[in-house]
Design a protein around this ligand. Structure first.
Ligand code: ZN
Ligand code: ZN
Ligand code: ZN
Length: 127
């Protein structure tokens, strides 16, 4: 082992998201960090990150909760209108930041989030 950096669970989690721009399942994060952090701590840290506008969560097609990094969110403004994409071939899930979903205006209702999951074949699998 090299020099041990003083890293919090939050830091460890953010490192995972920085490695790729894919959405990572909560269970996968627990598994990746299991040598260092226990499950409850990972889940609590994920909730913290979501509250702070650093990550957002959604369910994939198997109903598994996934987390992805936020681009320009903060604690007070954490509204997303981008859909998510899941490749039906390799299973990769990511944010489609370039697209946006029309959130309907419905009187009497305040809409905080939309959860649209597009499914198809990703660029890697379509070659
Ligand atoms: Zn966000
Ligand atoms: Zn794919
Ligand atoms: Zn997203």
């Amino acid at each position: 082992m090299g020099i041990q950096r003083k890293t919090s669970t939050i830091g460890l989690l953010l490192d995972q998201f920085k490695k790729s721009n894919q959405a990572i399942a909560a269970v996968e994060l627990v598994d990746r960090l299991k040598e260092k952090v226990n499950k409850t701590t990972v889940y609590r840290a994920l909730e913290r990150l979501e509250d702070d506008g650093l990550v957002h969560s959604f369910l994939d097609r198997d109903g598994i909760k996934r987390y992805a990094i936020c681009q320009d969110c903060n604690k007070d403004s954490h509204v997303h209108d981008h859909p998510h994409f899941q490749c039906t071939n390799c299973g990769k899930v990511d944010c489609l930041e370039e697209a946006s979903v029309n959130i309907p205006k419905i009187s009497g209702r305040t809409i905080h989030k939309t959860d649209v999951l597009l499914q198809g074949i990703c660029e890697t699998c379509s070659v």
